[in-house]
Design a protein. Structure first.
Length: 85
């Protein structure tokens, strides 16, 4: 299992566009990918779950990745977070 932690720097937090892009990126991998905000944890491959996090600027989000391609998924998703959020 791999864990990626990231503090949201985007002024709008995880809003519709980056949430959709995150789901699309997570869907590229077969591993089980969860994303947790300070309030709750959801499946990172489901748009409504990611949108419901309500993650704002300054919130720490944690991705938990488990599966056969977890190393590749962790690397790609960490890069995605740094570039988009």
């Amino acid at each position: 299992m791999k864990i990626v932690e990231y503090t949201i720097t985007d002024a709008l937090g995880i809003h519709a566009r980056p949430a959709g892009m995150l789901v699309k990126e997570a869907a590229k991998f077969q591993s089980d990918i969860k994303i947790a905000s300070p309030k709750k944890e959801v499946d990172a491959k489901r748009i409504m779950g990611v949108m419901s996090l309500g993650a704002k600027q300054g919130d720490l989000v944690k991705l938990t990745i488990a599966g056969g391609d977890e190393a590749e998924a962790a690397e790609a998703l960490e890069l995605f977070l740094k570039q988009n959020l």
